[in-house]
Structures are given as C-alpha cells and as structure tokens.
Design a protein around this ligand. Structure first.
Ligand SMILES: [Zn+2]
Length: 225
C-alpha cells in the first residue's frame, strides 16, 4: 500500500498529540526533544522551538519545505530542524521523526556506545545494533550529518552526549522505535552494571527477524494486513 500523506491540519494535530504521549511515556521533559512528520511530499510539519508540549497548540506547529525553510507558521521551528530535514532527505521511507532525550538512551550516548543487538524486539524494529553518532554541537548541520551517517540502514541512532533520534513510516511507528530503543538501552545498561557476559544476536538472525517484522508485523499493526 502506498503511504498516504497527512494534510497540514492533520499533521499539526497529530504532532500535538504525540507531544503529550512523549511526556506520558517519559521520553522527553519540558520543551526538549522534537517531533516532525511529513504533510506532503514537499512539506514537513515540526514542533516549534522552546515551547512545552503541555501548552502546544496545532497552530504552533511550523511547516517547512524540504530544505528547512518555513512555509507556514508563526513560531520559530525546532532548533533541530536540520536534523529532521536531513533524515527525510536520507531516508525516503521516513514519514515521521522523533528526537528524544530519554534517560537510558542518553546514558549510552554519554558513553558514546551503541545499543547492542541483545534483545529480539530492538533487532526486529531496527535490524541490529543502533550506532552512536559522532559528537557535534546541537542544532548544527554537523549533528544532522553525523546522525544520518550513524543511521545507516537503521531507524534509530544515538546522538553523543545528547539523546536519540528515530524515524518511522508514521508517527506511531516512530514512537514504537523510540520506546523499544529506550527499553533496549535500559537492558544494556542493566547488563553492563551486572558485569556478566552479554550475548549479541547473530547478524543473519537479526536481518531475518527485521525483514519478517517489516514484511508482516508492522503492516498488521498499521492495519494493512
Ligand atoms: Zn536534543
């Protein structure tokens, strides 16, 4: 089934709702982190800079073109707009991008270590271990480029000393990636604090699980199968 784009109004409302869900799920705090989704082939809807998710209204959501220029909205777009724009350019399947500052993903990002492929659900969702991007200053093109490089065929990457970024084929799909990434990061931190040997899943098994998930399970969740 072809991906259907949200209208600008649908995208604005969906971003506000997703902001509430990220707060509920403790994946972001205050006005940190940011959310975007496609609202057409040439348009990206994104959260504004410096506004708490509790107080966000659909009219606060800013519309950008594919180069990051504002095409509609009163507010200043997220300071990480370059990161979002770069991911849509690099990942044609991406319909939504969520950047979180979740605790365990940030813990691994502070150690500049990947989320290892040690649990089946993260492998199903992401296809294997999740890289940590090289450090770059927040809001810069360097950070956007480093994140795209770290994504390399995955739906998530850690941002060194910062947090995580995930993309999905819908906002709901990106949220699943963010939640499973945080859970896998938590398990990795627990394992490393226990000091025992951790067994990584075999690459071929990981690829098979990911492809099965992409072909069947994710479509079933989106009601396409
Ligand atoms: Zn951030």
């Amino acid at each position: 089934m072809m991906d259907k784009y949200l209208s600008a109004n649908e995208a604005r409302a969906a971003i506000v709702e997703m902001g509430h869900r990220l707060i509920e799920k403790r994946l972001v705090a205050g006005s940190w982190g940011n959310i975007s989704c496609r609202a057409g082939q040439q348009t990206i809807a994104i959260t504004p800079s410096g506004r708490g998710y509790e107080h966000l209204a659909p009219s606060d959501v800013v519309l950008l073109d594919n180069t990051g220029c504002v095409v509609d909205g009163e507010r200043i777009p997220s300071s990480e707009s370059k990161l979002h724009v770069a991911i849509y350019a690099a990942c044609p399947e991406a319909q939504a991008v969520i950047h979180t500052h979740s605790i365990y993903a940030s813990a691994l990002a502070a150690m500049r270590r990947p989320v290892p492929a040690i649990i089946e659900d993260i492998v199903q969702i992401c296809g294997g271990s999740v890289n940590c991007a090289e450090y770059a200053f927040p809001g810069t093109q360097e950070l956007a480029d480093a994140a795209v490089k770290a994504l390399a065929g995955r739906k998530a990457a850690l941002l060194a000393n910062h947090g995580a970024v995930c993309w999905g084929k819908s906002l709901d799909d990106a949220l699943v990636v963010a939640e499973i990434l945080e859970k896998a990061a938590q398990i990795a931190v627990i394992c490393s604090s226990c000091g025992g040997k951790v067994y990584e899943l075999d690459e071929a098994d990981a690829a098979a699980m990911h492809s099965f998930y992409e072909q069947h399970y994710s479509k079933r969740q989106m009601g396409e199968e």
